[in-house]
Design a protein around this ligand. Structure first.
Ligand code: ADP
Length: 269
């Protein structure tokens, strides 16, 4: 009996060792895949704006005298716009690094959803300029215990996508509802929406539905940062498509554990 038990244990150990080796190999493969995805994304996302900046700056210096004021202004605007895009890209990479290394220190404070949405919209004014933005936030939503900086970054990324993946003039909606158990906030657009098979994958790093789409610059990092931040804050985020019309809908849910504890009035004494 003892010999049989020992044999069984040996088989079990061998299985565990094999599984561990497989896991290590899978992990190495995954790391390698991420590294090459990061490198190709990095080189594309850095090269393109840098080429535009270099081109515009060279034209200005060499032929500036030949251009009228409007043409010079356009070149300067190109330099500014592309430099800002680079800055957003680098900020996204830094956020991602902080998330992955656990280097995020949360500064939670009682947060009013309306104020956070207002601040994010303010920051995205330029990007959303040609869209019709509808905000529908009911009064009396619970206050949430959030890190406003992280939460605003989530909203900014979602609004950036809503504007980027839909036509100028179309509607971008922000709405919320809540009860005693949870608060839900949605950001929706009237673009093409997301294929069913990609609804979950869009939150993966570097996953882009239409990789050949060079027109819409992107890194495939925005939504993975959104999910990372929302989860750090104690909530969840899902993607769906609009029912009755095309368009993507992103829903952030904060459970009761994220509500700011407010002393009840009747317990004041
Ligand atoms: P990026 O926009 O930089 O590519 P994201 O992580 O923000 O990266 O988004 C990942 C992918 O999800 C996008 O490339 C796009 O294919 C898809 N996506 C994101 N938001 C939307 C949206 N509002 N409508 C349609 N597709 C979207």
């Amino acid at each position: 009996l003892l010999a049989a038990l020992i044999d069984q244990a040996a088989v079990a150990i061998e299985r565990i060792r094999f599984a561990a080796e497989m896991d290590a190999a899978r992990l190495a493969g995954e790391t390698e895949r991420l590294r090459s995805a990061l490198l190709s994304s990095l080189s594309h996302d850095l090269k393109t704006p840098l080429a535009s900046i270099t081109g515009a700056a060279t034209s200005l210096r060499q032929y500036g005298g030949l251009y009228d004021a409007a043409a010079r202004e356009e070149l300067a605007a190109t330099i500014q716009g592309e430099a800002e895009r680079l800055a957003r890209f680098v900020a996204n990479l830094l956020d991602m690094t902080r998330l992955r290394t656990g280097g995020i220190e949360l500064k939670r404070e009682p947060t009013d959803l309306g104020e956070a949405v207002g601040a994010a919209l303010q920051r995205m004014q330029g990007v959303l300029g040609e869209h019709q933005v509808d905000v529908d936030l009911p009064a009396g939503l619970p206050m949430l215990d959030l890190d406003v900086v992280l939460f605003e970054q989530v909203l900014v990324n979602l609004l950036d996508n809503a504007a980027k993946y839909s036509a100028p003039g179309s509607r971008v909606g922000i709405s919320a509802n809540g009860n005693e158990q949870k608060v839900e906030l949605t950001v929706s657009d009237e673009g093409p929406g997301i294929p069913a098979s990609d609804l979950e994958r869009v939150f993966e790093m570097f996953h882009r539905v239409n990789k050949g789409d060079r027109q819409r610059a992107g890194t495939g990092l925005g939504l993975s940062i959104c999910r990372g931040f929302v989860e750090v804050l104690g909530g969840t985020i899902q993607a769906t498509n609009r029912t009755g019309g095309s368009g993507a809908v992103f829903t952030i849910t904060f459970p009761e554990s994220c509500f700011t504890a407010i002393p009840r009035e009747d317990a004041a004494e």
